[in-house]
Design a protein around this ligand. Structure first.
Ligand SMILES: Cc1cc2nc3c(=O)[nH]c(=O)nc-3n(C[C@H](O)[C@H](O)[C@H](O)COP(=O)(O)O)c2cc1C
Length: 331
């Protein structure tokens, strides 16, 4: 199970279509679903929430909750759907999540999290991992993170993805909680130094695979086990096109943006046959030409046309033709 390069779980972003698109850039990156509440998995439309394409492997299901039995049932359903990993969300700071007593507020309840992990592990064979923060509110992160990891690792967790900033549960909304509390990568390194046998994955504020590789490489005598990127991939997905080379020594041919669009046109045709509106897919592709001439034209064509012509896969080809002719004129 390699976590060398992971793409972060992002609500309203990393649905199955987005993950299918991200897979075009890397065969090996580990993908994560959006956070799904355990009760929704048990009582909701399972195929809609959990269905995915085989090409998405390795892919992890991120679940949220705080009731050990409910979480273990949801995890079992995830395993039966074929996910490679169950990841428990201990990082979400939203008010709605706090009201349900899950997400980041559980950092203050490591014994309960340990019980959840034990119950989940009794039910499933695939790995169970945790994504957490370095702490919450005015707690000292050194102490809080150390106690949290110490307690939960004894319940059988060996992989932690650590978003290297605190969550401020009162006063900051989720977006601010991804920007305002300062990043502290050294606390993450401290955990690895203390427990070298654990897989420690660094997350938060990393702008490119190269930067990620640098951050996890030996620094202050500590090498981390992997890196997770979220917003940078969403904003500029092509920036991860050489991840397989940088992180996995895989020298495969790197696809061009145009080749990727052409493959996505075939995917859109399948989506339309399955009654999936094309804009659900194309909204993940806005950033494909980030930094290129005509990027704005590409984005605005897709954002205007796809919602109007939701069952017409030709929109993507037209957007491509527009940007190609714009680039040719400008050349
Ligand atoms: C739109 C959006 C939705 C997110 N949804 C989730 C989520 O469902 N589960 C989760 O653990 N983190 C979620 N996050 C946090 C990211 O996984 C990640 O920890 C955070 O963005 C920091 O990484 P980055 O600086 O590389 O983006 C979300 C972030 C964004 C931007």
């Amino acid at each position: 199970m390699s976590h060398k390069f992971c793409i972060a779980p992002m609500i309203d972003v990393t649905n199955r279509h987005c993950r299918f698109f991200f897979r075009k850039f890397s065969k090996h990156a580990r993908l994560y679903t959006e956070m799904i509440v355990a009760d929704s998995i048990i009582y909701g439309d399972k195929d809609f929430l959990l269905g995915f394409d085989e090409v998405e492997h390795p892919v992890a299901l991120q679940i949220a909750g705080s009731d050990p039995l409910t979480l273990s049932k949801a995890a079992l359903i995830g395993e039966q759907y074929g996910y490679d990993e169950i990841n428990l969300n201990i990082g979400c700071p939203s008010k709605r999540v706090q009201a349900g007593n899950f997400g980041a507020c559980l950092m203050a309840h490591p014994n309960l999290v340990a019980e959840c992990i034990e119950r989940i592990k009794e039910k499933i064979k695939i790995p169970v991992t945790i994504k957490c923060r370095i702490g919450i509110d005015d707690h000292n992160p050194d102490e809080m993170l150390t106690e949290f990891v110490e307690t939960t690792k004894n319940a059988g967790v060996s992989t932690y993805i650590i978003h290297a900033r605190k969550a401020m549960l009162d006063g900051l909304d989720p977006k601010q909680n991804r920007e305002i509390p300062p990043l502290d990568y050294d606390i993450v390194r401290m955990i690895k130094r203390k427990w070298p046998e654990l897989n420690i994955i660094l997350n938060g504020g990393i702008l490119s695979p190269y930067e990620g590789k640098k951050e996890i490489s030996k620094s202050k005598g500590i090498e981390l086990d992997g890196v997770m990127l979220g917003r940078a991939v969403q904003e500029n997905p092509y920036s991860i096109v050489d991840v397989d080379k940088i992180f996995f020594n895989d020298d495969k041919k790197i696809p061009s943006r145009i080749e990727i669009v052409e493959e996505m046109i075939s995917y859109l045709e399948i989506c339309v046959k399955n009654n999936v509106p094309i804009n659900i897919v194309t909204q993940n592709m806005f950033g494909l030409f980030h930094g290129c001439r005509g990027a704005k034209l590409w984005r605005s064509y897709l954002s205007h046309e796809a919602p109007r012509r939701r069952d017409d896969p030709k929109v993507l080809k037209e957007a491509l033709n527009h940007i190609i002719s714009f680039q040719n004129q400008a050349a």
